[in-house]
Design a protein. Structure first.
Length: 101
């Protein structure tokens, strides 16, 4: 049984939309980072779908680079969130502008 590429692209579009709504609506930094990761994973699904459809390896190579960038983003982002939490005892995005020294 072969699943059509349109199904994968539809799931990818739904995941990207959910991630975008999470970034735009939420005020918690952790939820925003999880939404960004959801958006990156939906893009990975699109890359893999097109790579499979076109029988090319370039999409899978792009997925590798996106995963590496996502891992670096998580490390740096969580370090920033921990630093904010230690100084303010909250990870609310509205309070980040108060960090001016």
């Amino acid at each position: 049984m072969i699943i059509p590429a349109q199904y994968y692209l539809t799931i990818s579009a739904v995941l990207f939309t959910l991630g975008m709504v999470g970034v735009l609506v939420r005020r918690n930094a952790l939820v925003i980072f999880m939404s960004i990761e959801l958006m990156l994973n939906s893009v990975n699904l699109t890359f893999v779908t097109f790579a499979r459809q076109l029988a090319a390896i370039e999409g899978q190579v792009a997925v590798f680079f996106v995963v590496v960038i996502a891992a670096v983003e998580v490390v740096v982002g969580l370090a920033i969130i921990i630093a904010i939490f230690r100084t303010r005892s909250t990870v609310d995005i509205d309070d980040v502008d108060l960090l001016r020294g």
